[in-house]
Ligand binder design. Structure first.
Ligand code: SF4
Length: 642
């Protein structure tokens, strides 16, 4: 089937393509940007590539089923995603204030998708298309696939599948599993009894519900939702089990919840280089659908960036990448990357600069594991020190970047963010090239903290490595005659952090004459090990840890590093709240956010700081997520941090 210029959003576009009906309708919480950074666009084009007529309804009115009807009822199925971010991360700041803008919406306007968009859109699809299979995916569903802590409710929630009542939930990037669903539901019989067909087929990368007693044989038992409610430390064990399954595969896992049993099949196999090349060779225009009259901010952020790989071997405990894209690195070939850049350079309007090239991490292209992953017991390939089986290819990456810089029309190839600094030190050639050739004045790095105890909880490198990186970067920059700066990303209020730890971090910054420009107050996003630690107030081994839990405690830690930018009513800058010596006046249980309401635009702080799952959105790829399991494929580091 011929690829359309854009996936259709209207009946007129379908007519122009000669499509009398759609096979698959995608429902997305983000505006339709026809780009590799928009998961719905990737999976939509992927399905077209395999012969399925696929259209998109972006940011529909969630109160009206008619908003899904412009292209009629699809023949096979509907796929639902909240968008590139969890909708609550998109709508609220770390202190639960509503954000006033949204980088994934036209005009940057907030309020164009509902809270818990996965649930709202699934209900909408059920009402618009009774009896049609509905597939739930994207980062919101992926990270909420089992019982999880919900920061905005300040409580446990069961699997999003059970709340949304979709037929199946696909986690991860989902090219294989979404295609498998389209093929499965092409059959009339499977379509009529969708949930049963899924339970029979057991597609990798899927989660679905069965009645107790119908669980697959040999499945690993996870603590039930009710057991976790009684003993929060079981949530940490559950999150660790999902990390293991994502890396090692193995048997299905099951979790009982309110009279149902959730089944989690092992993840789909990583894409081969050939498959990655095929995905990224899809003819994205890199532009918003022409129906939009206002710019979509993320289009600008991602237009000059190139994804070289997916996955991150780092396994940071707060990051969604390990649970969504996985720790296995899936890389494109050099030829595929070169073809993409040649295509960019063929546009006379292109300015000649690749603003950022990489994946969730910048320096893991073509990295691999030389051992048997299915037997791996580690949480990270790099922490506490690099695994002896981990193979990096940083020297080859430098050679590739130099070749890419020689493509006619290319003026600069930059790495702007995502450098895993401990890994960079493994190759002096990489360090020299990074500072001397591929940094454009500023480089963002993510030490997050400097206290060893906190770094251990984060699974982040620390110690002398960071100082060594700073020293080498500075020396090689000077050697190349360049004045360049490192922008450190730091985190406050991570579980286990005390006020003294923040003061320690402040001292370190002063010692290195760095200003804390990028400090993120930890947001316990659903599904991660760190969020489970926040909820349970224990570390991965079950030992108690201090947790800044209330908004006031969290803000106080934050203010130890970042003075209040807008002192209220004459309050001295840098102080949290003068009216109470401990700053505890607002120290009360966290508020719940209203259900089903869109943000009203009184917030601040968009876009979420960082790219990945976050997702600066360092370049729009910062966050993983998107269509069933998709998301900015190759989304940049950071998970759902915001
Ligand atoms: S064996 Fe080592 S390199 Fe392989 S997945 Fe495990 S930690 Fe990573």
């Amino acid at each position: 089937m011929r690829q359309p210029k854009y996936l259709p959003m209207t009946r007129e576009e379908m007519n122009r393509l000669g499509w009398d009906e759609l096979d698959v309708l995608l429902i997305s919480g983000d505006a339709y940007l026809d780009s590799h950074i928009h998961g719905a666009a990737v999976l939509g084009r992927w399905l077209v590539e395999h012969g399925f007529r696929t259209g998109i309804v972006a940011q529909p009115d969630w109160r009206s089923p008619e908003s899904l009807l412009p292209m009629g009822r699809p023949r096979i199925m509907a796929g639902v995603t909240a968008g590139a971010l969890d909708s609550l991360v998109a709508h609220y700041t770390a202190f639960r204030k509503k954000r006033s803008d949204d980088a994934y919406s036209p005009g940057g306007r907030a309020g164009l998708r509902p809270n818990r968009a996965s649930l709202a859109y699934t209900g909408l699809a059920r009402r618009a298309f009774p009896g049609l299979p509905v597939i739930l995916g994207g980062v919101e569903a992926s990270m909420r696939r089992a019982t999880h802590y919900d920061f905005w409710d300040n409580g446990l929630r069961r699997s999003a599948l059970l709340d949304a009542k979709a037929d199946v939930l696909l986690y991860g990037m989902a090219e294989r599993s979404f295609l498998a669903m389209a093929r499965l539901f092409s059959r009339d019989q499977a379509r009529r009894r969708a949930a049963e067909a899924v339970a029979r087929e057991r597609p990798p990368g899927s989660a679905y519900a069965v009645s107790p007693g119908s669980e697959p044989a040999g499945a690993e038992n996870l603590p039930s939702h009710e057991a976790i409610a009684k003993d929060p430390s079981l949530l940490v064990k559950t999150a660790l089990a999902f990390e293991r399954q994502m890396l090692r595969g193995g048997p299905a896992m099951i979790q009982r919840s309110a009279g149902r049993t959730m089944v989690f099949e092992p993840p789909e196999a990583p894409l081969s280089t050939g498959e990655m090349d095929r995905v990224y060779a899809l003819p994205f225009t890199r532009k918003a659908h022409p129906s939009y009259t206002e710019p979509i901010p993320v289009e600008e952020m991602g237009k000059d960036s190139v994804v070289s790989h997916r996955g991150c071997a780092g396994g940071c405990s707060f990051c969604s990448i390990a649970l969504h894209q996985g720790r296995s690195i899936q890389s494109r070939s050099e030829q595929s990357i070169r073809d993409e850049i040649r295509s960019l350079a063929s546009d006379p309007a292109w300015k000649g600069s690749i603003s950022d090239i990489g994946g969730p991490s910048a320096n893991m292209w073509n990295a691999s594991c030389a051992a048997d992953r299915s037997a791996c017991a580690r949480h990270s390939c790099l922490f506490p020190k690099r695994c002896r089986h981990f193979r990096h290819a940083q020297n080859e990456q430098v050679a590739m970047l130099r070749d890419l810089a020689k493509i006619p029309g290319v003026k600069h190839v930059r790495i702007a963010s995502g450098v895993r600094h401990d890994l960079a030190l493994a190759s002096d050639g990489y360090m020299r090239a990074l500072a001397g050739e591929f940094t454009g004045g500023q480089l963002k790095i993510a030490p997050e903290h400097v206290t060893e105890r906190i770094l251990t909880l984060m699974r982040k490198p620390g110690g002398r490595g960071l100082d060594e990186f700073i020293g080498k970067f500075t020396a090689y920059s000077a050697g190349a005659g360049k004045e360049q700066y490192l922008i450190p990303y730091l985190m406050s209020a991570f579980p286990g952090t005390t006020d003294d730890d923040m003061r320690n971090l402040h001292s370190w910054l002063r010692k290195h004459r760095m200003r804390p420009q990028q400090v993120q107050c930890f947001i316990p996003t659903p599904g991660t090990v760190a969020s489970a630690m926040f909820f349970a107030e224990v570390d991965g081994e079950g030992n108690p840890i201090p947790v800044a839990r209330t908004d006031a405690q969290r803000l106080r830690q934050h203010r130890l590093l970042v003075p209040d930018p807008a002192p209220a009513r004459g309050r001295p800058e840098g102080r949290f709240d003068r009216r109470s010596p401990g700053g505890e006046r607002r120290d009360r249980p966290p508020r719940r956010v209203p259900r089903g309401k869109p943000p009203r635009g009184e917030g601040r702080g968009w876009p979420p700081r960082r790219g990945d799952s976050g997702r600066s959105p360092r370049d729009g790829r910062g966050f993983s997520g998107g269509m069933p399991g998709g998301g900015p494929p190759g989304g940049r580091k950071g998970g759902d941090r915001a």
